[in-house]
Design a protein around this ligand. Sequence first.
Ligand SMILES: [Zn+2]
Length: 275
Amino acid sequence: MLFLFLTISIVSCKNSEKKAEAVKKPAVKLYQLSGGSIFVKKLEVFSQDTTYTGQTKQFADAYYVIAHPKGNLMWDAGLPEQLVMPEPYDEPSGVYRIQRPDSLVNQLKSIGFEIDDFKYFAMSHSHFDHTGHANYMKNATWIVQENEYNSVAGDSTEVKNPAVAALRKVEKITGDHDVFGDGTVVIKYMPGHTIGHQVLYVEVEGLEKPVLLTGDLYHFEENRTHKRVPSFNYDAEATLHSMELFEAFAKEKNAEVIIQHSPKAFEKLEKLLKI
Ligand SMILES: [Zn+2]
């Protein structure tokens, strides 16, 4: 009888510990900003075949601020600030018409932040529409997959890609990375679009579901539905494998998937964050 009583007490004690843990989760806030508008004039580059030949599409180009009690993280960096101009710019490849709405400083100011408020900076990958204002983040620690770092910086100190040349505080990672050590903000390694492409999982205070930011694993809804891989991806097979892992993880967490280049997803997240 005494034994039974003890067992019950231990079980109930464990349950209350669990409850206390759930309550103690830190208050994480998420902000979404527009790093640009991208009009795709040749949508065919977003598949391996001719599916999209003759089509065009409007893309968003969001970047994000994640405020955690232990520090702030910026995720992605939009288009370069030279593109803050009255008319959109037709870049030389003929695929994209691009424009950025405002500078980093002004956009951060609109949500009550400054450049030096950031402890960490990370990007889904290092293409031009994600590295735009990266060099301003030089006082933050750049969290990057080691293979992605090597692809833009090499093993010398000379950084090959000028868009990230000012970033000298570097934390190289290999695989998934729990940014604040409590499971609320986790970088997930999802290679294929580039060699070290990654996505971001965030448990936002007050939201029913955690948010899963896709990076460029998918650029728009149809490519998620049909698992289509852009022609310019680093590794098509690795991309498909990452898509599988991503979908399993999204399901396991019952996550709200936000496709970062989708204007629809931008609006949806805007609404969710306002509630
Ligand atoms: Zn992109």
